[in-house]
Design a binder for this molecule. Structure first.
Ligand SMILES: NC(=O)c1ccc[n+]([C@@H]2O[C@H](COP(=O)([O-])OP(=O)(O)OC[C@H]3O[C@@H](n4cnc5c(N)ncnc54)[C@H](O)[C@@H]3O)[C@@H](O)[C@H]2O)c1
Ligand SMILES: [Zn+2]
Length: 354
């Protein structure tokens, strides 16, 4: 199955194999750079290694994890590219999760003013979200994705087979973006997901395809996030703040776990200050709690969370911006909420745990 992104590149949803590499070989690159982290080298490289053939190859392995999505790691990547004799007519293959996709794409998109790259996302989050939409970058001064660029890959190869080695907690985390995509744009998928008791039994290629398609359509309408693309921020205003707050604690949350809290609180705001019905709020709340459980958010953190939301780069003014739901499957952008309402939404969330 292949989804075209505005005729510019294709998202292939299939096992990565001879077909994709034949396509790549036809493009007659001078060589390939394969960027991965230590984990994806171990778990994912074996799935594609046999297709690499005799094309000149520069393999670059970096340490795994968000804290390495950093300029120092990029410098290492660029150095290795220079040392390997990589030129303008080479292509980078980014084999890994969102960290490798964002950073490998950034390294490629800036090397010698930009060389081609292909995304081979290996986590659920990167398959349905990070690998589509052209946003590339690294963290700087502890601010996520603060240095980067927009650039499209030559292709995205989404192979659900990679998920076989991904820890279950990472799968559940990525699944939050699937819930989000359904809630903002696909009522039908939302109602199907709600009936699923155990996500381990899901038909991943089918679920991923539908979810990627939502993201694809949104970014096609608004590639540079001036309007409707902000719909993708649903659950992320409060969710990001909660994620940052828990980052420095023992019980740190994965991205999707924080986004689940964001989706519940922002649904509450959508109901209290907007059009979302009480029944829809209850459904979203129940489903997110069923999949993610409940994590108490200390009341003492509320002012810190508000500060974090105010600093969020997406806020041009004092008011805190939100994407709300009008109903499942329909989002509305450029909404705002007061500090008092946000505090109340967090108190509502905490009350669900008792
Ligand atoms: N560009 C975008 O539009 C966009 C969108 C959403 C998120 N992101 C970015 O994505 C990043 C998070 O991505 P992520 O959740 O994929 O994290 P990640 O890349 O750190 O991967 C999570 C962990 O899983 C390991 N791993 C990856 N694939 C594996 C596999 N198949 N089997 C076993 N282990 C595997 C990795 O080595 C890593 O340790 C963040 O930096 C975020 O900013 C970008
Ligand atoms: Zn997200």
């Amino acid at each position: 199955m292949e989804l075209s992104v505005g005729g510019e590149y294709g998202i292939v949803i299939d096992a990565v194999g001879a077909e994709q590499f034949a396509w790549l070989r036809e493009r007659a690159y001078a060589g390939w750079v394969l960027i991965m982290d230590e984990e994806t080298e171990r778990y994912c490289l074996p799935r594609i290694e046999r297709y690499l053939g005799s094309t000149p190859l520069v393999k670059i392995v970096v340490p795994a994890g968000e804290r390495h999505k950093h300029l120092d790691t990029c410098k290492f990547i660029w150095e290795e590219m220079f040392r390997g004799g990589v030129g303008r007519r080479w292509c980078c293959l980014n084999l890994g999760g969102g960290v490798i996709g964002d950073m490998g794409g950034f390294a490629a998109g800036t090397f010698k003013r930009g060389i081609d790259f292909v995304q081979i996302p290996t986590t659920l989050l990167s398959q349905v979200d990070a690998s589509v939409g052209g946003k590339l970058g690294i963290d700087f001064y502890e601010v996520k994705n603060s240095i980067g660029l927009f650039a499209n890959p030559q292709a995205v190869w989404v192979d659900a087979g990679f998920l076989g080695t991904l820890p279950e907690r990472e799968i559940r985390s990525g699944y939050a973006e699937i819930i989000k995509h359904a809630l903002i744009a696909d009522e039908q998928q939302w109602s199907e997901l709600r009936d699923i008791k155990d996500i381990r039994g899901l038909d991943w290629p089918a679920v991923i395809e539908r979810s990627v398609d939502i993201k694809r359509q949104v970014v096609l309408k608004d590639p540079f996030e001036r309007g409707i693309r902000k719909a993708l921020n649903f659950g992320h205003t409060i969710g990001h703040a909660v994620e940052s707050y828990f980052l420095h604690r023992e019980d740190r949350l994965l991205h999707g776990e924080a986004i689940a809290i964001g989706m519940i609180t922002e649904s509450w705001l959508s109901h209290e200050t907007g059009d979302l019905s009480a029944a829809a709020l209850d459904d979203i709340r129940d489903y997110c709690l069923r999949v993610y459980g409940h994590q108490h958010v200390p009341e003492a953190s509320f002012p810190v969370l508000l500060d974090l939301m105010r600093q969020d780069k997406k806020n041009d003014t004092e008011a805190i911006n939100f994407t709300f739901l009008e109903k499942p499957g329909e989002a509305v952008v450029n909404k705002t909420a007061t500090a008092d309402m946000i505090t109340r939404s967090l108190a509502y969330y905490n009350s669900l745990g008792s």
